[in-house]
Design a protein around this ligand. Structure first.
Ligand SMILES: Cc1cc2nc3c(=O)[nH]c(=O)nc-3n(C[C@H](O)[C@H](O)[C@H](O)COP(=O)(O)OP(=O)(O)OC[C@H]3O[C@@H](n4cnc5c(N)ncnc54)[C@H](O)[C@@H]3O)c2cc1C
Length: 411
């Protein structure tokens, strides 16, 4: 019989288990994988952007779904607490563009090792290759778990930290959502957030693999501007991806029509861009139009832009009219990509949807339906932008779940 069983050895579960054990509780942490933190390992392209060095208030601004629910969690364990926590566990950090915090070593494995030290220091028993089949509920209270092999592990409290449904190869297969549903919790339909966008525009395949830096991407919903962002993007075999596109995808809802406009020259207004075009056409005056854009655009983009401009590619640069030049400039300032849908949910960086926050006490993460059952991390219906905010959610919710405060204790 344990005091606490934690299901899921991701960042939320590890934080919850360590915190619960640090208060003298007998804690067991279960994961169906052969190692802890499988998803954590691939975060931040293997470098793990584990939090953001911003004001606490800015954490909320970067949460997309249910920011108010996170009030207690973020204030109980802030982004500065996350940095201090890892420092105590022997991990140094560095801060990059946009306040993104990474381990100084650039290795996500060092973040996992730091968390493993926390678990070992607090004598958490870790059981790997141990899948949970169901929750054990007795008299409306959490009483433990049933393992895949049928064995029962009894415990006073259960913390469910099984993650979302994206990148299922990392173990996040949505089991916790089923457990929560079966025990009377409402589940908001899960869909991928921070996810590539699918486009069937004919030029997409031609551009596959091309990445663009310093562009501005603007998302339009039903013809109306929704949000714009500066940064990097990449064309894939099925559509578009990269940091700005993943962030914009958080605003894409089912059943609406979207397109993305790429401003390839966001630093130049249309007049300045026109002057620049005039200069380039003078420089290459005797060359064909198709050979006059080398200074302006990556090679692979040139045929696509030419086609969109409607200008004859054989035309000599010095024969291009003012109207044609302005048409070209408008293509460069607004290359339009029609969005068919979001990519397959499995490709989402995070899951939007999950256990509805109305069923969870935000100051303890305890279920309002089953006492002694707590939730932490992505299994909850919360999600945020890129920049370290999703891992901060995992750490903050894991921390207060690990405090094991209960409505019963408060009575
Ligand atoms: C490619 C990629 C890059 C990312 N980069 C970043 C980043 O740089 N910064 C950032 O803030 N966020 C990033 N994220 C998001 C972040 O990784 C997640 O939000 C975070 O891992 C969620 O933590 P979690 O502990 O809730 O769930 P998870 O990390 O998904 O962990 C859940 C664990 O539960 C286990 N489990 C599930 N079901 C069972 C069961 N039935 N029995 C036993 N164990 C079970 C799983 O095996 C898994 O180990 C990234 C995500 C991806 C996919």
């Amino acid at each position: 019989m344990y005091k606490v069983v934690v299901i899921g050895g991701g960042p939320a579960g590890m934080m919850a288990a360590g915190k619960a054990a640090s208060q003298g509780n007998d804690v067991v942490l279960l994961d169906k994988n052969e190692k802890l933190g499988k998803k954590l390992f691939i975060t931040g392209k293997g470098r793990c952007n584990f939090t953001n060095d911003c004001d606490v208030e800015e954490l909320f601004e970067n949460v997309i779904t249910n920011k108010k629910f996170l009030y207690s969690a973020f204030y109980s364990f802030t982004n500065m607490d996350t940095i201090a926590f890892f420092n105590q566990m022997g991990l140094k950090e560095k801060v990059e563009r946009g306040g993104r915090v990474f381990p100084a070593s650039d290795k996500s494995s060092d973040v996992i090792k730091a968390m493993e030290r926390y678990l070992a220091h607090n004598n958490v028993k870790v059981m790997l290759n141990t899948g949970v089949k169901d929750l054990l509920i007795k008299d409306g209270k959490a009483a433990g778990v049933i393992l895949d092999n049928g064995e029962e592990l009894l415990a006073d409290k259960v913390i469910l930290a099984t993650g979302g449904v994206t990148y299922p190869q990392t173990g996040s297969t949505g089991d916790g959502l089923d457990f929560a549903k079966k025990t009377g919790h409402s589940i908001k339909k899960a869909h991928g957030a921070l996810i590539p966008l699918v486009s069937e525009d004919p030029f997409i395949k031609e551009l596959q693999g091309l990445s663009l830096r310093n562009i501005k991407a603007t998302l339009f919903e039903s013809g109306k501007k929704k949000r714009d962002l500066f940064g990097e993007m990449i064309f894939t075999h099925f559509g578009i991806s990269g940091p700005v596109i993943l962030s914009l995808s958080s605003y894409v809802k089912e059943g609406k029509k979207y397109f993305v406009e790429i401003d390839l020259k966001p630093a130049l207004d249309i007049k300045t861009l026109d002057r620049r075009l005039q200069r380039d056409f003078e420089k290459y005056s005797n060359k064909q139009f198709k050979n006059s854009l080398d200074d302006l655009l990556p090679q692979r983009l040139i045929p696509v832009v030419i086609k969109m401009s409607g200008i004859d590619e054989q035309k000599r640069a010095n024969q291009i009219s003012k109207e044609e030049r302005l048409e070209l400039a408008s293509v460069l300032k607004g290359l339009k990509i029609t969005v068919k849908s979001k990519a397959d949910i499995k490709l989402g960086i995070v899951t939007s949807g999950g256990i509805e926050t109305k069923d969870i006490d935000p100051s303890t993460m305890e279920s309002k339906k089953i006492s002694g059952l707590y939730f932490a991390g992505e299994v909850i219906d919360v999600d945020a932008m890129t920049g370290g905010f999703n891992l901060q959610i995992a750490f903050s919710t894991g921390y207060i779940a690990g405090l094991l405060e209960s409505r019963e204790d408060k009575k």
